[in-house]
Design a binder for this molecule. Structure first.
Ligand code: SAM
Length: 238
């Protein structure tokens, strides 16, 4: 029996919530959320009244034991994040792991997550890609960037608006100035934009703006110096 549901919520456009997500949010006993105000507004918009419990990066370790106790008694809960799919660059992993270790049923609903539209709007190969989430801010950053220099798959990063220029510049240094990339900003929102170009072009574009607002996904083409297999959409015949 499922006791924990991971429920994706819109990344901007409120229409992007599934019928099943609405039903599950209505059925569970408690909604675990990163920010009770953000999720409270969403539930209000859906005409749902539910007890909310805060579950975020800074309290998840201390919350888990208490939550497991309640879930083991058969209480049902939905975990939501501020936006998108919980567990994707958001808390969730710890609770899922501990539920599974105790044989408690976990269900994950499919739904909005920012990297999928960004990947597809980039126009780069999507048959193989690597989700890198947020790059390390300080320690380990250069090492990670260097590791990625030989990566042949399309790479996806989450980035904050105040670091995007620096990240584009550093990637250009490590991957080379010819490497193509795509920046998607404010996906599904009113001022959604996706711009493609080489890493230095994109860096200049954003550096020239008086301010950079909103949320950003950066997609970088893989290293194409490696030979590309023909017929890569088809299964191998041997
Ligand atoms: N759980 C979320 C998901 O499934 O995509 C990601 C949460 S993470 C803390 C927040 C990051 O996701 C932002 O910094 C940005 O990189 C990306 N993001 C979320 N919403 C976005 C949007 N509407 N447009 C572009 N990027 C978005």
């Amino acid at each position: 029996d499922t006791v924990l549901y991971l429920v994706p919520t819109p990344i901007g456009n409120l229409e992007d919530i599934t019928l099943r997500a609405i039903r599950i949010l209505g059925e569970v006993g408690t909604v675990l959320c990163e920010d009770t105000r953000t999720s409270g507004r969403l539930l209000q918009h859906l005409n749902l009244k539910k007890p909310l419990l805060s579950y975020h990066l800074h309290n998840e370790h201390q919350q888990v034991a208490r939550l497991l106790e309640r879930l083991e008694k058969g209480e049902t809960m939905a975990l939501v994040s501020d936006a998108g799919t919980p567990g994707i660059s958001d808390p969730g992993f710890l609770l899922v792991r501990e539920c599974l270790a105790r044989g408690l049923g976990v269900e994950c609903l499919p739904g909005p997550t920012a990297f999928v539209p960004a990947l597809l709007k980039s126009g780069f190969g999507a048959e193989r890609f690597t989700f890198e989430g947020f790059l390390p801010v300080k320690k380990g950053r250069q090492t990670r960037l260097k590791e990625l220099a030989t990566e042949t798959r399309t790479m996806i990063f989450y980035e904050s608006p105040h670091r995007i220029v620096k990240t584009l510049e550093q990637l250009a240094e490590v991957l080379g100035p010819g490497r193509q990339a795509s920046v998607s900003r404010e996906l599904t929102k009113l001022f959604e934009e996706t711009i493609n170009g080489s890493l230095p072009e994109l860096a200049r574009n954003f550096a020239a703006r008086p301010s950079i607002k909103g949320e950003i996904v950066l997609v970088v083409q893989g290293n194409t110096d490696a030979p590309v297999k023909k017929g890569r959409y088809e299964e191998d015949e041997d």
